[in-house]
Ligand binder design. Structure first.
Ligand code: HDE
Length: 725
């Protein structure tokens, strides 16, 4: 046998780095998963061009196989969601309240990832359905991840997590027919709700405008449960977490929300993405309600009951820091889909309470990720990875991405030098709050959780008149969709217990009669609970609950439609558009065709959207500039007229200048007489309709229009129901 001659080895050759890389693919070659470069990805390997495909084609097999396995199970609830990166910064040290370091140093920006979601619908369902919105925040702190997994409604349907599968089964599509998608308006949900009185308070919220937010950027977030904050001295206080959006809390109108579900099912996702791309970063303030331990029993409800709020009028919210969302994900699947929030993820200084809903959640979230993300190593997925160093012996299982070193795979060990070693609190360890507990093992509900109505009534009483009207309409809509009359009757009775007038109006809308005299039992239960709790601080109205009292001082990021055709007055269009853009609004010129239109002044104006692609429901306000030819053309078209009518019906601000007023007159909107509108400079009588004719200076008009848009909606328009739209 002849000896083979080997080539000399380059002793200085570098061993390739095995660390995972995160790159975009600009300027690279297409490869297989094994890094082999691919010569053709459009034709499979065949025996002759028209012959059978060969099994040998590993690229073809790999490509198809990977495709076959692209989906992971969607979340069992909150499947539909949108995420964003950002940071959180505390305003001043909260050292007196908590050991959590990210809440102590105002110079630190803690990275966060936030995922907003609906609860009921599947991953591909529409954004603007009536539902609770999830508001989950992962704080990547230097002491480990803290997940604040909240909702935009501060209470929940049930008091004990053992009922969660029941409420979710009831609200999801019915099991035999898989209908309806992403909607609570069906028999099984209301059957359950009507049999479970503890749902009452949450039902009021879900029927309110809170359940149809205008934008993720315009809704509050709540931790729901009472948590604990623990400081360096080991002193514990109870805390409720709130997020308050700087843009205020604003909603859609139900008819509008339903139409958006068809016109743009991605309405909220797009809104979030676009705002961040444009640099209009969504901002929220973290607010705390702090309750001293010895105050915990001072309320007329149990602080551990997740169907109750702590009214802001009793315990003020303290604004302690700001969350800014300033970066869209690079990849939806890798980040928004794979992010795994767990209620159990807290850092030293934040702790749990015995709220039975929270206790169930402490188990559920980690458990669900095991199936959803295919094994126990999901915390190694980049979006879930803490920035704090991770060291432990939990090393095996599906998809281990790290390569642990050494032989000592257990504690205690001497072979690994005793490492990793446990830390004392001085070294930043999490120590559970030493709550003193004693009791009898039993399946039971605390009697202090027994009043299911007082706060539902508080919510009702705190609503403005339009909010009450919306709530009644929502109840009539939802129950009207139920086939069972018995379910409707049970719910009418329930609503009558909340408030007699509420029950009666819902009953009238459903062609039913509300039962009389149910209020007395409710009072008795409330009194019994109050007595048990040994009586207590309460409020009969909470203005903080009404969206009427939200921030209304800005038109930033509002979408405004400008309706125009050939012959539009460029002077009017430009003056108004420039002013609105300067105030931070987004303005689109809408016309019958894309391209440009020639203005009365002879200049060409870019059309941003054709009426075919948009609709009034996608805008916050509408403006019609003058220009006789433009307005004459629009009068003959159904789309602009419909646009105005629908915007009016949905309570949106409407502005018109010059001949633009004629288009409003040609529409069916109310609150104007031809005579009054034709007088120069005369404004419309209807709330939020701003017009001017023949004015050379539009300053006053613009100011009025900006004010009207900042109001968001004009709920008190008379006769809007009569407008066909
Ligand atoms: Fe959740 N919830 N939940 N939930 N929840 C999930 O976890 C659960 C509850 C909330 O964007 C699941 O990762 C139980 C209240 C949000 O990824 C699951 C109970 C609140 C999200 C789960 C509740 C929430 C979830 C499904 C009753 C507001 C989406 C997928 C005890 C404070 C997080 C997942 C994201 C998701 C269980 C009640 C908020 C199954 C058992 C109350 C925002 O683990």
């Amino acid at each position: 046998m002849s000896q083979t001659k080997t080539a000399p080895i380059d002793e200085n050759a570098k061993i390739r780095d095995l660390e995972p890389e995160r790159k975009d693919s600009a300027g690279t070659y297409l490869t297989t998963d094994q890094g082999i470069r691919v010569d053709d990805t459009d034709n499979s390997l065949k025996v002759s061009a028209r012959g059978p495909t060969l099994l040998e084609d590993f690229h073809f097999r790999e490509k198809i196989t990977r495709f076959d396995h692209e989906r992971i199970p969607e979340r069992v609830v909150h499947a539909r969601g949108s995420g964003a990166h950002g940071y959180f910064q505390v305003y001043a040290s909260l050292k007196d309240l908590t050991r959590a370091r990210f809440l102590q140093d105002p110079s630190v920006k803690t990275p966060v990832f936030v995922r907003f979601s609906t609860v009921v619908g599947s991953r591909g369902s529409a954004d603007t359905v009536r539902d609770v919105r999830g508001f989950a925040t992962k704080f990547y702190t230097e002491e480990g991840n803290f997940d604040l997994v909240g909702n935009n409604i501060p209470v929940f349907f049930i008091q004990d997590g053992i009922k969660f599968p029941d409420v979710v089964h009831a609200v999801k599509p019915e099991p035999d027919r898989e209908i309806p998608q992403a909607s609570s308006a069906h028999d099984t949900f209301w059957d359950f709700a009507s049999l479970v009185p503890e749902t009452t308070h949450m039902l009021m919220w879900i029927l309110s405008d809170r359940a149809i937010p205008r934008s993720f950027r315009m809704m509050e977030g709540f931790g729901v449960h009472t948590f604990r904050l623990v400081n360096d001295q080991g002193k514990s206080r109870f805390v409720k977490f709130h997020w308050k959006p700087l843009l205020g809390v604003h909603s859609l109108v139900w008819d509008e929300a339903q139409k958006i579900s068809g016109k743009d099912p991605d309405f909220h996702r797009r809104d979030l993405w676009d705002a961040i791309e444009k640099g209009a970063y969504p901002e929220y303030e973290l607010c705390l309600q702090i309750i001293e331990e010895d105050e915990a029993d001072s309320f007329d409800f149990d602080l551990l009951d997740p169907t109750k709020i702590v009214p802001e009028e009793l315990v003020p919210v303290r604004r302690v820091g700001k969350l800014v969302l300033n970066r869209n994900p690079d990849n939806f699947f890798a980040e928004t889909e794979q992010v795994a929030f767990c209620v159990q993820n807290v850092v030293p200084g934040i702790d749990f309470t015995d709220d039975p809903l929270m206790q169930a959640r402490l188990f559920s979230y980690l458990d669900t990720q095991l199936t959803r993300l295919g094994g126990p190593n999901f915390a190694q997925i980049p979006i879930n990875r803490p920035v704090a160093r991770v060291d432990n012996h939990q090393t095996d299982g599906f998809h281990q991405h790290r390569i642990p070193k050494g032989r000592a795979h257990y504690t205690p060990n001497s072979l690994g030098g005793g490492c990793p070693m446990v830390a004392g609190p001085g070294a930043g360890a999490f120590t559970h709050y030493p709550e003193k507990l004693a009791g009898v093992k039993q399946r039971a509900r605390s009697e202090s959780f027994g009043d299911h109505f007082s706060q539902a009534t508080l919510f009702w009483k705190s609503m403005s008149t339009p909010e009450k009207e919306h709530l009644v309409k929502a109840a009539v809509f939802e129950l009207g969709k139920c086939e069972s009359r018995v379910i409707r009757e049970r719910m009418v009775e329930r609503f009558t217990r909340v408030d007699a007038a509420f029950g009666q109006t819902v009953a009238a809308g459903l062609g039913l009669t509300a039962p009389a005299g149910v209020g007395a039992t409710v009072k008795k239960v409330a009194q019994a609970v109050a007595q048990k709790l040994g009586t207590k601080r309460t409020v009969s109205e909470s203005p903080a609950l009404s969206m009427e009292n939200t921030v209304k001082n800005s038109i930033r990021t509002r979408r405004i439609a400008v309706l125009a055709e050939k012959g539009v007055s460029l002077a009017e269009l430009s003056a108004v558009r420039n002013a609105l853009v300067a105030e931070g609004a987004e303005v689109h010129v809408i016309s019958s065709k894309l391209g440009t239109i020639e203005a009365a002044e002879g200049v060409h104006v870019e059309v941003d959207r054709a009426s075919l692609h948009v609709s009034s429901v996608l805008y916050d306000a509408v403006f019609v500039p003058g220009g006789a030819a433009s307005v004459e053309a629009m009068k003959k078209l159904g789309d602009p007229i419909h646009f105005i009518n629908e915007a009016f019906r949905h309570n949106k601000p409407i502005g018109a200048t010059g001949e633009g007023v004629e288009l409003l007159l040609a529409s069916s909107i109310k609150g104007v007489t031809v005579a009054s509108a034709q007088a120069a400079g005369q404004t419309f009588q209807a709330e939020g309709v701003v017009t001017v004719r023949g004015a050379s200076d539009l300053t006053a008009f613009i100011q009025e229009l900006v004010k009207a848009i900042a109001q968001h909606r004009h709920w008190n328009r008379a006769e809007k129901e009569a407008v066909p739209a």
